[in-house]
Design a binder for this molecule. Structure first.
Ligand code: DOR
Ligand code: ZN
Length: 359
């Protein structure tokens, strides 16, 4: 009998939603993405400081990302996909200029719902000039789907946001848009009911956790709230998680992987106010392989990771590959963030996972 561990070969996966940050955090994070198997195409979110609001700034950010990647691996084929943030001040010209400079996506944050969203949208009618230009030049718009109104309670904000999207769709039917990091059955059902111009990204943490993990109701939490599981939109109920699992495993071509990898220094998470975000970069691929394997759906993992998103956004499907080995791998309890006098705590910190990414 062979004692060789099982291996799985995937197409090099894409990640349609990730945060690389800026300054020393950027230097730290780019190599972690590459070493964790995210070596090909990654969408770089614009909520850095100052934010990416123009094509020119996106080009600067892309060059910064590429320089870090090439310093780490001179042969890298890493391809950052650039975004600009669309705010109430974004003009149609800004959108067209960004598109001409190679920016593929626009990202819309609701006001004051998440990290660096003080410039987010309160009145969605005010982004219509930008959406009109996006529809015309073919910029795909990613929405953080949570309603900014204080009248809608936190766990209902995602379902409430579909009313805003219904209005946008009625006005701009040819606009290609996504609902990002969806967390609820309501969002799954809404996206399913749309046409081919609407997609959705799903993170690994929303496939695995519920609100009980964040609030410390699961036995494993020992009764303590777990801020490192906290993000926006927050994980919801078990039925919502089941809906996300069903759709991700079903091979529906408008649902694809976007990790929302959102590292924050420990002191920003373990504080009176805790920054939103799960740092899942290292654990994501081992967890996804395990999930699809347990459900006997490994053949559906490749399309979820590297085909459906590429098709939706209009990119070629990667010809490269990535291998994972079925060998126990312990996720570090924390990782030092060089030059920042602190660490970052990864998803599944200290846990042993079944699969590891081959170097
Ligand atoms: O949890 C989150 N973290 N959600 C977001 O929308 C932003 C992200 C971040 O930048 O930290
Ligand atoms: Zn995000």
């Amino acid at each position: 009998m062979s004692t060789e561990p099982r291996t799985i070969r995937l197409r090099a996966p894409d990640n349609w939603h990730a945060h690389f940050r800026d300054g020393p955090m950027l230097d730290f994070l780019v190599p972690v993405f590459l070493d964790s198997g995210w070596r090909r195409r990654i969408v770089a979110m614009p909520n850095i400081t100052p934010p990416v609001l123009t094509g020119e700034r996106a080009v600067w950010y892309r060059d910064a990302l590429l320089a870090r990647a090439r310093a780490h691996d001179p042969a890298t084929t890493f391809e950052p996909v650039m975004t600009i943030q669309i705010t109430e001040s974004t003009t149609g010209d800004t959108v067209s200029e960004a598109r001409a400079l190679g920016v593929g996506l626009g990202k819309v944050y609701p006001f004051m719902v998440t990290t660096h969203s003080g410039n987010g949208v309160q009145d969605y009618d005010r982004i219509y000039p930008a959406l009109e230009a996006a529809e015309e030049v073919g910029l795909v718009v990613q929405f953080h789907g949570e309603h900014p109104s204080d009248d809608i309670e936190g766990l209902n904000k995602e379902a409430g946001f579909t009313a805003i999207l219904d209005r946008i769709r009625a006005r701009f039917p040819k606009l290609r848009l996504t609902m990002e990091h969806i967390t609820s059955r309501a969002a799954v059902d809404w996206v399913k009911a749309q046409d081919e111009n609407v997609g959705a990204s799903i993170t690994v943490h929303h496939l695995f956790t519920t609100v009980d993990d964040v609030l410390g109701y699961s036995k494993a939490s020992g009764g303590l709230m777990r801020v490192h599981c906290g993000c926006k939109p927050q994980p919801k109920w078990r039925d919502d998680r089941a809906a996300l699992n069903e759709i991700a495993l079903s091979g529906h071509p408008r649902f694809f992987y976007g990790g929302d990898d959102a590292a924050h220094l420990r002191r920003r998470k373990e504080n009176e106010g805790s920054a939103c975000g799960v740092w899942n970069t290292m654990a994501a691929l081992p967890l996804l392989v395990d999930l699809f394997d347990r459900e006997n759906k490994l053949d559906r993992l490749d399309p979820f990771l590297s085909e459906f998103g590429a098709r939706f956004y209009g990119y070629d499907v990667s010809a490269e590959s990535l291998t994972l080995v079925e060998e126990p791998w312990r996720v570090p309890a924390e990782v030092e963030a060089p030059g920042m006098g602190d660490t970052v705590v990864p998803m599944c910190a200290g846990e042993t996972l079944k699969w590891r990414v081959q170097a």
